[in-house]
Design a binder for this molecule. Structure first.
Ligand SMILES: Cc1cc2nc3c(=O)[nH]c(=O)nc-3n(C[C@H](O)[C@H](O)[C@H](O)COP(=O)(O)OP(=O)(O)OC[C@H]3O[C@@H](n4cnc5c(N)ncnc54)[C@H](O)[C@@H]3O)c2cc1C
Length: 150
C-alpha cells in the first residue's frame, strides 16, 4: 500500500534518500512535511551541490521542511497517527496527526546474492553497499582493493 494523504517523512540521514522520497510523494499528490534532527533538511546535499535544486523542488511542491526536531512519540489514533515532534534546541513540542510516517534511516545491506554464492567453488568478495550501505566512494575503493589483490 502506497502512502497517501498527509505524510510525515522523518529523515535521520540528511541525504538523497529522504528528500527524494519527499519529492516523489509530493508528486503523487501527498501533502508532505519532511522533518529532521539536522540543522537543515537535506544537509548533506551540499556535498553534491544538490541542496539548491532540492530547495527549489520542495518549494514548488509545497513540501514543508522542519529542521532541528526529533520524534518523541508516535501513536495510532483514530483516523491516523499522532506524532509528537520535539524541537531539540528548545524542548518545545508540536503534535501532528498524519496518515503516514515514512522514515529515512540507515539502510540494511541486501546481501542475498552474496549469501547464495559465498560457498561457491570460486572466490566471492563483498564490497560496497552489500557489505554496509554507504556512498559510492566506498564501493569504488573496496572494488579497487579486491581487484588489486586478485
Ligand atoms: C536515492 C539515493 C541517492 C544516492 N545518491 C548518492 C550520491 O549522490 N553520491 C554517492 O556517493 N552515493 C549516493 N548514494 C549511495 C550510492 O548509490 C551507493 O552507495 C552505491 O550505489 C553503492 O554501490 P554498489 O555497487 O555497492 O551497489 P549498487 O549500486 O546498489 O549495485 C548493486 C547492483 O546489484 C544488483 N543486485 C542486487 N541483488 C542482486 C541479485 N540477487 N541478483 C542480481 N543482481 C542483484 C542491483 O540491482 C544493483 O544493480 C545514493 C543512494 C540512494 C538510495
Amino acid at each position: 500500500m502506497a502512502p497517501s494523504g498527509n505524510v510525515l517523512v522523518y529523515d535521520e540521514l540528511g541525504f538523497h534518500e529522504g528528500t527524494s522520497v519527499a519529492e516523489l510523494l509530493a508528486d503523487r499528490g501527498c501533502r508532505v512535511e519532511i522533518a529532521t534532527p539536522g540543522m537543515i533538511v537535506g544537509q548533506d546535499l551540499g556535498v553534491t551541490l544538490d541542496l539548491e535544486l532540492w530547495t527549489i523542488a520542495a518549494a514548488s511542491r509545497g513540501v514543508v521542511c522542519t529542521p532541528d526536531v526529533t520524534v518523541s512519540s508516535a501513536d495510532e489514533e483514530r483516523g491516523g497517527l499522532r506524532v509528537v515532534l520535539a524541537h531539540h534546541p528548545t524542548g518545545a513540542q508540536r503534535v501532528r496527526t498524519v496518515d503516514w510516517v515514512v522514515t529515512s534511516v540507515h539502510p540494511r545491506a541486501d546481501d542475498t546474492l552474496w549469501r547464495a554464492l559465498r560457498n561457491a567453488p570460486f572466490p566471492v568478495h563483498r564490497i560496497g553497499d552489500c557489505l554496509a550501505p554507504r556512498r559510492a566512494h566506498a564501493a569504488v575503493l573496496e572494488g579497487e582493493r579486491v581487484a588489486a589483490a586478485l
